[in-house]
Design a protein around this ligand. Sequence first.
Ligand SMILES: Cc1cc2nc3c(=O)[nH]c(=O)nc-3n(C[C@H](O)[C@H](O)[C@H](O)COP(=O)(O)O)c2cc1C
Length: 188
Amino acid sequence: MKVIGIVGSPRKDGNTEILTAHALEAIAEEGLETELISLAGLDIKPCNACRACAEEERCSIEDDLFPIYLKMRKADGIILASPVYYGSATALIKALMERAGHLSHLGREVFKGKVGGPLVVARRAGQNFTVAQLTFWFQILDMVVPGSTYWNIAFGRGKGEVTNDEEGMKTAWHFGKNMALVVKKLAG
Ligand SMILES: Cc1cc2nc3c(=O)[nH]c(=O)nc-3n(C[C@H](O)[C@H](O)[C@H](O)COP(=O)(O)O)c2cc1C
């Protein structure tokens, strides 16, 4: 059983990565395999609506998306994590959501029954909207979204500041524990 955490910040070693690593640590503690995938520095273009993926499970755009899609395909659980950029998820994670969404969705339901959930960091505002954006993606793809003791949000601006948000870190940890629990239960 494996859970992957995809971090949609273009900033390496930043707050979103720290929060995601924390949730994955909670999951690993329950005996599941984990992997953090940072999108920082990768080339992931938005969907161009060519609909090649409606015919077969491939993407016409040749960049860094498809190998990550294959990891998502294999995983039992997928965390999508993003900082808030102008009140929204980043363009980077949105591009992945568009293309992995269509690749998995059009006539094949690849992610059906997998466990998923969001993690979001911001300096000040926009977390709830961004949590909703990410959660809508899991829900339209027929995935199961566990809860936590709060919405999966945290505060921080400079690299590492998120660790000062004790409640945010605890929420992510508890979310990780719930994610592991649900993955195990669904595996029977
Ligand atoms: C282009 C840009 C837009 C941002 N927009 C917001 C925003 O709308 N609300 C907010 O609270 N913080 C905003 N921030 C701050 C980031 O969300 C914050 O610094 C976060 O910790 C970055 O996460 P990271 O370290 O994982 O990259 C923005 C930062 C950048 C670079």
